[in-house]
Design a protein around this ligand. Structure first.
Ligand code: PLP
Length: 450
């Protein structure tokens, strides 16, 4: 076969060609038809090949394919931002549309910094960001600097800003000690965050950054009840902002449009991506609350940031139509109903497997963590590449299922998992098919591995 000219993630791998994406299936040029049980990287939310979304993008391209946002806006961008702001029930004041989750995080970091320069009196000493270990906030240097993804950081560590530090994630399966109550666990994590503020100097901290439900780095880990209220209280105590990264877990994925709605807190700045455009265009965004927007409005009134392709009309058209479909078809309710079923069926089918350590998630966002020893929770050695090998086996003809691998070999942190995150419009039969194939895949994989 001809050598690929694409600088693929894995240069030694000949990737199959995707020829047609339809409903929840991906057709490959070698004849395989893959059941897409993870919506790619938790992107697909209305399934593939949706005519309404395709037509909305095409129509927009016919009207204006590009908008130089230094001079102009578009009706579609104005409508999208109004709709996004409206969905926060008045908590957020403005939206900023970019092309990827990493760009959204870069903008969020800069917004937080600029907020402290614009308030009266300014607090220019605030330059530090606190985030969490085993987190992922994006691949660009700023977003990576606040990420706790050791494998993705390692090569670039010397290039990353040093005014960023990390505390423990809220990770019940591995973080909570035996016999510890939720209240005690939350109290311990809030104290750790408070101590980190003290260590850095509270007057130096811009923001605390976290994902409400941790995606790629941990595998669909929701926080225990009360955690976000407790960390928000620490931020408030020291006047720092709370940035919630909902690039993976937001826009309906976990059963509410915004994941923070289930935590009883509202962030100062929120990022969204993936399911915003559902894979119909590259589009992501930042939502900023009144406190942040007012400070900039009453200050210089200029956010010193921007990308050539920000506010892309076709990206906005995709996001607007995908979000309308999600709303009109009641898909977030379906996420809750099918999510409950998916969680129950995964537990029934796999809970007793000796190498399944934990099954956790929320909405249609479920992670299965693998262990070498169920009693001790001992993970597999990183060099076994368990999650990646299992996901690759899933793509073979015998299973034809797409699941999203993480941890272990993929993250360089110990503990392998796969993510199951199908489109929001899956039905009972599809959930059953996904669970049956995943159970067979996991059974066969470990029978051969152990
Ligand atoms: N934040 C989170 C929580 C993510 O999961 C990701 C990507 O997986 C990003 C940020 C970065 O988004 P992107 O890959 O679109 O740049």
């Amino acid at each position: 076969m001809e050598q690929s000219a694409v600088l693929h993630r894995h240069l030694g791998v000949q990737f199959p060609l995707l020829t047609l994406s339809e409903s929840n299936y991906l057709n490959l040029d070698d004849g395989r038809k893959i059941l897409d049980a993870s919506g790619g990287a938790a992107v697909g939310c209305i399934g593939w090949g949706n005519q309404r979304a395709i037509e909305a993008v095409s129509k927009q391209l016919g009207q204006s394919s590009y908008c130089a946002t230094i001079f102009y806006s578009t009706r579609v961008q104005e409508e999208l931002c109004r709709e996004l702001i409206g969905s926060t029930k008045g908590h957020m004041a403005r939206a900023y549309i970019v092309n990827s989750g990493s760009e959204a995080m870069e903008a969020a970091i800069k917004l937080a910094r600029q907020y402290f320069l614009e308030i009266s009196p300014p607090q220019p000493a605030r330059t530090h960001f606190i985030s969490r270990r085993q987190s992922y906030h994006g691949i660009t240097l700023g977003a990576l600097a606040v990420s706790g993804h050791e494998y993705r950081r390692a090569n670039f560590e010397p290039l990353l800003m040093t005014n960023a530090s990390r505390v423990s994630p809220c990770f019940e399966f591995r973080g909570k000690t035996p016999g510890e109550t939720d209240v005690d666990y939350v109290g311990r994590l809030a104290r750790e965050l408070d101590e980190e503020f003290q260590r850095v100097g509270p007057e130096a901290v811009c923001a605390f950054i976290a994902e409400p439900v941790v995606g790629a780095a941990l595998g669909c880990v929701p926080a225990v009840a009360g955690y976000f209220k407790a960390v928000k209280a620490v931020c408030d105590k020291y006047g720092a902002l709370l940035i919630l990264d909902e690039v993976m877990c937001g826009m309906g994925r976990t059963g509410s449009l915004h994941a923070w709605e289930q935590e009883g807190v509202v962030p100062d700045v929120q990022t969204i991506g993936k399911a915003l455009g559902g894979g119909y265009q590259a589009v992501a965004g930042v939502l900023a609350n009144h406190r942040v927007v007012r400070a900039i409005e009453q200050g210089t009134s200029v956010f010193v940031h921007g990308h050539t392709y920000q506010g892309s009309p076709s990206g906005c058209a995709a996001a607007l139509e995908v979000q309308r479909i999600v709303r009109e078809e009641g898909l977030v309710r379906n996420v809750r109903e099918m999510g409950t079923l998916l969680g129950r069926r995964l537990n029934e089918a796999l809970g007793g497997h000796p190498n399944v350590g934990d099954i956790r998630g929320r909405g249609l966002f479920w992670g299965i963590e693998f262990v070498a020893d169920k009693e001790t929770k001992e993970p597999f050695p990183v060099q076994d590449h368990v999650a990646m090998s299992l996901a690759e086996l899933g793509l073979t003809e015998r299973y034809c299922i797409g699941v999203y691998p993480g941890g272990g070999s993929a993250d360089g942190v110990r503990g392998d998992h796969i993510i199951i995150s199908p489109a929001y419009n899956v039905g009972v039969a599809e959930i059953e098919t996904i669970v049956n194939i995943v159970a067979r895949l996991i059974g066969d994989f470990f029978a051969a591995h152990n």
